[in-house]
Design a protein around this ligand. Sequence first.
Ligand SMILES: C[C@H](OP(=O)(O)OP(=O)(O)OC[C@H]1O[C@@H](n2cnc3c(=O)[nH]c(N)nc32)[C@H](O)[C@@H]1O)C(=O)O
Ligand SMILES: O=c1nc2n(C[C@H](O)[C@H](O)[C@H](O)CO)c3cc(O)ccc3cc-2c(=O)[nH]1
Ligand SMILES: [Mg+2]
Length: 301
Amino acid sequence: MITVLSGGTGTPKLLQGLVRVFDPEEITVIVNTVENGYFSGVYVAPDVDTVLYTLAGIINEDTWYGVEGDTFITHDTLRELGCPELLRIGDRDRAFKIQKTLLMEEMPLHRAVEIQSRALGVKSRVLPMSNEESSIVIVTDEGDMEFHEFLVERRSEPEVLDVRFKGVKPAPGVLDAIESADAVIVGPSNPITSIGPIIHMDGVIDSLRRVNVSAVSPFTGGRAFSGPAGKFMEAKGYEASSLGVAEIYRDFLDRLIIDETDSDLKGEIEKLIKEVTITKTNMKNIGDKIMLARILLGEIL
Ligand SMILES: C[C@H](OP(=O)(O)OP(=O)(O)OC[C@H]1O[C@@H](n2cnc3c(=O)[nH]c(N)nc32)[C@H](O)[C@@H]1O)C(=O)O
Ligand SMILES: O=c1nc2n(C[C@H](O)[C@H](O)[C@H](O)CO)c3cc(O)ccc3cc-2c(=O)[nH]1
Ligand SMILES: [Mg+2]
């Protein structure tokens, strides 16, 4: 059994490769929940929904959110009514979110996700990192911003001075999924706002130290492949590079996979992480994703 720590873009790409080289029923995905919240009265768990849709084969791969081919009648009508939504939520996507909102009136998030996962025919286990409400604040030169205000409204433009999130408790099954894994994979997700909240929950680093953990760097050269990870890393005092990633994960990481463009960093990183593998980590098509998954799983395949 392998356990994957995931956000909502980078790691879902890798998951598409992993489920083709390893039995999906032997994969557990622990998903970030710190940016969950209510939008237009509906509970949105963005990274969880992206992982569910990716594993169900219905994800919109242009945006890495929402359902492929979805319509936006409700979204557009809300705007015409003078209730514009910050997030562009499709009609099918909204149905899943409304169902999750209703289920959560009777059960915790991890149970609601289990029901939706089964209904979508997803064979892997999808576990939200926590059932507790959390929040993430981006401290910028223009003041504090909620995650989506920074990311979507301001398109990650403001200067980032700090990133803060409320610590939460692991959901039932999270620590066990790490400790009983033959291997844990930290996917190429934002180390600060996607992986950070997961590893900083009580007991997670201790559990990770007891198992074999590999990570894929989301950086190439001094830049993230996409998104604000570089700004968040620098705001927390880390270099925006694969070396910075090694610094963040060094307490528990056994192996770091870095891109060919970072081969000059290998020596430096090997002072922090015992095994460094250099390969192509830019996942442009399913072949790239399968190749990266094979390299990651190596000996347990
Ligand atoms: C907004 C975004 O957060 P989220 O949608 O949750 O995304 P993740 O944290 O899961 O991933 C963002 C992270 O992914 C890296 N990325 C994207 N494509 C690739 C790839 O082909 N290879 C690779 N090694 N990493 C990839 C990207 O650099 C981002 O840092 C967010 O925080 O960006
Ligand atoms: O940048 C955006 N991200 C959108 N996201 C993605 C998401 O909010 C962020 O990219 C993640 O929170 C990052 O982890 C959505 C996620 C959903 O589940 C449903 C709808 C959206 C809509 C948007 C959007 O309009 N713009
Ligand atoms: Mg995310």
